[in-house]
Every structure is written in C-alpha cells, then in structure tokens.
Write a protein that binds this ligand. Sequence first.
Ligand code: NAP
Length: 294
Amino acid sequence: MSARILDGEAFASQIHQQTTRRVQALHKLGLTPSLVFIRVGEDPASRAYVSRKEKRAAEVGISSRTLVFPENTSLPSLLREIDALNADPKVHGILIQSPLPKSLPNNLVYARVSPDKDVDGFHPVNFGKLLLDDPSGFLPCTPAGILEILRLGQIPTAGKHAVVVGRGQIVGRPLSVLLARKSPGADCTVTLAHSSTRDLPAITRQADILVGAMGRPHFLKPEHIRPGATVIDVGVNRISDSSDSRGYRLVGDVDSESVRMVAGAITPNPGGVGPMTIALLLSNTLRAAESSIS
Ligand code: NAP
C-alpha cells in the first residue's frame, strides 16, 4: 500500500489562516507587521525563494520588501544596512537569504541581525535559547515546520526513534535538538547521522521517523526505510531534465516513487517541507510584530 501523504501545502494553509487572523487584529491597532529580505547577488534559486515568500507575506497581510545587493558588496556596507534595519521600529523581521557569497562571513552577517528581529532563528542568541528550551526565542523555520508537519499529520513522536540524516546548521542540527525535547510533539530518541556515519541503512532502518536533510538527490531508497516509517524529505536538489523548459527540475533526498511503497507516511517534495518553512517564517514575523507592542 502506498504511504499516506503529509500535505505540506494543506498544513501551511492552516497556519496561514491563523496568522492572517492575528495579523488582522494588529491591523485594527494600526500596526502592519513588516519583513525585510536581504538578498546578495543574483542566484536564480534565491530570487525565486524570496519572491515566493513575498507573495505569501502579502496574502497574510504582512508587508515585505527586498533589498538587493551586488555580489561584490563589502561586509561593512552590508552590516551598516542591517544596523539601519535593526534601528527602524517599523521593521519587525529581517531575513538574510542564503546562500551569501563566499566572500562574506555568514556567521558575522547572521549575528548582526537583532535577535528580536531574527525571524529566521539563526542568531546565536536564538540558537542558544533553542538549546535551553527558552520559548522566548525564534525557532529556525524549517525544523519548526517539520515539527508542525508531525503534529498536524498526527504522527506520534513520544518515545519514537527519529533518525535525522544531515547535521547542517539550518536543518539537521537544530531539528535533532527539537525532536529530543521533553515536550509534546517531540520526546523522541534521536540519532543524528552524517557523511561519516557507518552503515547508514542499518541505522535509518531503525527509524520510526526518518528525515533526509542532506542535499543528495534521491539518496534515501527503500533499503533505508523501516516498513511503516514516517519519512520527511527536506532536501532540495537540482537535477538536469531536458523535458523541463528550465533544463532542470528539483527533487528531494528521498527516492519517493519507490520509498512510498514502504513508508507509512511521507512528505511530497515539492509541496512538503518548503511551504511549512514559509508558514513558520510568517508566524515568527507576526510574533515579532506582536512583541514590539507588548
Ligand atoms: P548542509 O549544511 O550542506 O548539510 C548537509 C549535511 O548532509 C551534512 O551534515 C553532511 O554531512 C550530510 N551528508 C551529505 N552527504 C551525506 C551522505 N552521503 N550520507 C550522510 N550524510 C550526508 O545542508 P543544509 O543547509 O542542512 O540543507 C540540507 C538540504 O535541505 C539541502 O538540500 C537544502 O537545500 C535543503 N533545505 C530545504 C529547505 C526547505 O524549506 N525545504 C530549507 C533548508 C534547507 P557532513 O556534516 O559529514 O558533511
């Protein structure tokens, strides 16, 4: 039997509806939540991601704009711009679209955003709060979105074995911490696997919940899956495809056609984790705006 589909678009639209209602309440108080995207360079994927986020922001009533900097922008000029946004009370959220050019030190740039406006959850203060279970911080959007997929998809988590493949800063590492939290919707036993993990299939086959966050196209195959497991496909990979007008198409880390015959539930890709990442970004922005008046 084919796996149940964990429809990220449908879950995201539930979250957008809640966000919209709370944004409308702020509008009545004369406050419009506002989000600024910073994009450096002309990476086509980054352009597409930002415009999708801007479109969704407008749909829920959040105002947004994008500042675009040339590829050769200097660190001081970028930091000056971030300082100005930090100081602007009309700006509630700031998102630095990754990837930044290699010439710019990512950590310095992300750490310059005020933690109160770091709606992406990458600032060291917010990362620290995540580790300390301090709910006043912003959670990184993709891992938080994955927890919401499990909650809205009614996937039991307490006492389950979650295997996260990939220990990247944006997804795998923070997700492993969130899944291990002693709280409802988490409370998993977590294994964090990576490129030095030995006999990966033997480990992933123990997973009740398996997360592919590697950036390796179609890497996870039926032999990695325990029958009935929940599979979350985070990876976004470009593979060439002459039948597509762009000459490529995007695929996940999971070989979904074959894996869905073994798994119990699976996120589509696209249409799974991606929409939830945007939903959590907008709900973080709403929270930042609400905090600005409390
Ligand atoms: P990253 O920082 O490059 O981390 C990739 C991780 O995968 C590393 O820990 C690496 O291990 C591990 N890995 C690579 N090949 C492996 C293999 N053969 N076996 C086991 N582990 C392997 O990537 P990231 O930023 O976390 O992103 C991961 C993927 O998620 C990317 O495709 C990205 O585009 C996607 N993503 C999607 C969304 C979304 O909203 N859908 C959001 C963010 C990211 P080592 O540490 O040993 O090198």
